[in-house]
Ligand binder design. Structure first.
Ligand code: S3P
Length: 164
């Protein structure tokens, strides 16, 4: 089994992935953490020292490698839809892709003051990015999960029901 969670920054990918992995006894893979470990620096430093294009290439390299593994839940970075090839790798290897559809207002509440995310430092630009990416998340996902008015457990159960 290979479960891939996609969605904008702050949509709940990490939290939900962790819970699914625990319940289904799958290995949790945090894409950003692996990239940071491989690069030996934080995402923030990768962006400021090497630029976004280099970071995106790191995401592609990650996907190529991790698409091979099984019994995993991958919490992706919010920008994986910027290069179609990333999710194509997972689709080609039977990955089931879930989009956590969370409103921009809710996202601002959660991460509006976070300084670790280079692409969420200006709320107007972040909102533009959200609007640009929204249709991409929808079209790349096998399933869209509406998260509004749902508890974390509701969301986890909904996804588990669909993969069983
Ligand atoms: C990014 C999202 C981040 C991280 C990087 C770029 C994006 O991950 O990969 O800062 O382009 O949306 P999260 O979605 O986990 O915040």
């Amino acid at each position: 089994m290979k479960i891939i969670l996609i969605g904008f920054m702050g949509s709940g990918k990490s939290t939900i992935s962790k819970k699914i992995a625990g319940k289904l006894n799958l290995k949790l893979i945090e894409m950003d953490t692996i990239i940071e470990q491989n690069a030996g620096k934080t995402i923030k430093d990768i962006f400021s020292q090497q630029g976004e294009t280099t970071f995106r290439q790191m995401e592609i390299d990650f996907a190529k490698e991790y698409a091979q593994f099984d019994n995993i839940v991958i919490s992706t970075g919010g920008g994986v839809v910027m290069n179609k090839i990333i999710l194509d790798y997972f689709k080609d290897h039977n990955g089931k892709i879930f989009f956590l559809d969370t409103s921009f207002e809710e996202i601002v509440k959660r991460i509006g003051n976070d300084t670790s995310r280079p692409l969420f430092q200006d709320k107007i630009k972040a909102h533009e990015l959200y609007k640009f990416r929204y249709p991409l998340y929808k079209s790349y996902a096998d399933v869209t999960i509406h998260t509004i008015h749902k508890t974390q457990s509701d969301i986890v159960e909904e996804i588990i029901q669909m993969v069983r």
